[in-house]
Design a protein around this ligand. Structure first.
Ligand SMILES: Cc1cc2nc3c(=O)[nH]c(=O)nc-3n(C[C@H](O)[C@H](O)[C@H](O)COP(=O)(O)OP(=O)(O)OC[C@H]3O[C@@H](n4cnc5c(N)ncnc54)[C@H](O)[C@@H]3O)c2cc1C
Length: 405
């Protein structure tokens, strides 16, 4: 009767993951994506890497995407956390949690290619790309979406999922407000090589010139993230390569050896964006459109993938019961079940961003006390590790089913 059961606006990391997770269900699924998969300008699958948490690894394994990622996923087995000029430091490792790795570093392009491969094998899926959802009309029995790209047309769906990013036009059109906290900082992201690589070792270093992180990508290659005041990042973006590498190397104080082979530098503003509501009629907002977190704690996509897993379960249950998959009560139940994890993760990320990006002496002292606490207090340490690994307080079937908490 309707063109689609589920229409997903936005085929970025989150929208495409949802489409993959819905594959086993007898639903007609449509994905509308503004930029074709594999196109150089695709904003979700750009030069970045994503640190996937163990919970994300399990979800990707469950929905059949992991085999295409595994070969390029570099495990993080240990994180060295230190503060420049202070004795406090700690090492967090995977064994403490009883997991194979604390996370897996995967290039976003690899995730894009894996998802695209998975979607291309899906018989019940129609991919509309490049095309955009331009207007959305709510009706009691369906959503009518205008899809522009080639010939403009109107399509109907029982449920529309808006996974169209932090600046979501659909969210705006539906009058859903978004609260934005601007940290006044940016993250500079690039790849480089280190002189003394340590297999599976990641580094987080706090300095008076910002926070530095190195994530292993295999062999001597690392993803490097430098977070600092926006004005400072602007300068670092255009600093001659040799000077940039020298400045970063000095802040690591010889810990990782010489830095070389600098890749393309890109920057992203640090903001927390949270939608005031996640549903309107038969529309659900998902991914960055619902909550966009500062990348400092590598939690944004991991949180959204847990949302995706739960949503797929909720829709699967509704299909089994022959219930309406776009019903307001169903969507409200999904939102309620995700509140605790979403709020906990947003608060955790906000706390880390504010604490670890503040150059004030008093905050540096608190940070040191925190690092010492992490080193000495097993409970605090375990909670921190569980939250970072995306396993804290998980009460969802999808994540529980595929591994222990
Ligand atoms: C520097 C950086 C590092 C990060 N590192 C990590 C990490 O290590 N771990 C982690 O968990 N998270 C990380 N994140 C967060 C992660 O990147 C985001 O959570 C993720 O990109 C959100 O994906 P999305 O699909 O919701 O949104 P987006 O990536 O913004 O994708 C939205 C998609 O919708 C499409 N679109 C927009 N409007 C329309 C329309 N009207 N019609 C059709 N299509 C449309 C766009 O073309 C795009 O493809 C990082 C973020 C940044 C900035």
């Amino acid at each position: 009767m309707f063109d689609f059961d589920v229409l997903i606006a936005g085929g970025g990391l989150v929208g495409a993951s949802l489409a993959a997770a819905l594959a086993p269900l007898p639903l007609k699924v449509g994905v509308v994506e503004a930029v074709a998969f594999g196109a150089p300008g695709q904003p979700s699958y750009d030069e970045r890497v994503t640190a996937l948490s163990p919970s994300s690894q399990r979800i990707f394994a469950r929905i059949g995407v992991w085999p295409a990622l595994a070969a390029e996923a570099a495990p993080i087995r240990e994180v060295h956390v230190s503060e420049r000029g202070c004795f406090a430091k700690t090492r967090l490792n995977a064994q403490e949690l009883g997991v194979e790795a604390l996370g897996y570093v995967v290039p976003n392009r690899t995730i894009g290619a894996a998802l695209s491969g998975c979607l291309s094998r899906q018989a019940n899926l129609q991919m509309l790309a490049p095309a955009s959802v331009t207007t959305v009309t709510l009706r009691p029995e369906c959503v009518v979406a205008t899809v522009a790209g080639g010939a403009e047309r109107q399509v109907t769906s029982r449920l529309l999922v808006a996974a169209d990013g932090a600046q979501s036009e659909i969210r705006k059109q539906l009058g859903i407000a978004a609260r934005v906290w601007d940290y006044g900082q940016s993250a500079l992201v690039c790849n480089l090589s280190v002189g003394r690589p340590q297999a599976g070792g990641a580094y987080e270093r706090f300095t008076d010139q910002g926070t530095l992180a190195l994530l292993p990508m295999g062999a001597e290659r690392y993803a490097f993230i430098w977070t600092a005041d926006r004005a400072q990042i602007e300068k670092l973006l255009v600093l001659p390569e040799a000077e940039f590498l020298q400045a970063a190397e000095a802040l690591f104080n010889g810990r990782v050896g010489g830095l070389s082979r600098l890749g393309k530098r890109q920057s992203y503003p640090l903001k927390l964006v949270r939608a005031a509501a996640q549903t309107r009629g038969r529309v659900l907002v998902l991914g960055n459109a619902a909550h966009s977190l500062s990348p400092i704690a590598a939690q944004g996509f991991n949180l959204s993938l847990r949302d995706v897993a739960v949503l797929a379960d909720v829709l699967g249950d509704a299909v089994e019961r022959n219930a309406d998959i776009g019903a307001a009560s169903l969507l409200a139940a999904y939102v309620k079940s995700r509140r605790r994890d979403q709020t906990g993760t947003a608060v955790f990320t906000d706390m880390l961003t504010r604490t670890f990006s503040n150059p004030l002496r008093s905050v540096a002292l608190a940070r040191n006390a925190g690092l010492i606490g992490l080193e000495l207090l097993p409970f605090l340490r375990r909670q921190f590790l569980l939250r970072s690994a995306g396993l804290a307080g998980m009460r969802t079937r999808s994540v529980r089913e595929v591994g222990p908490e």
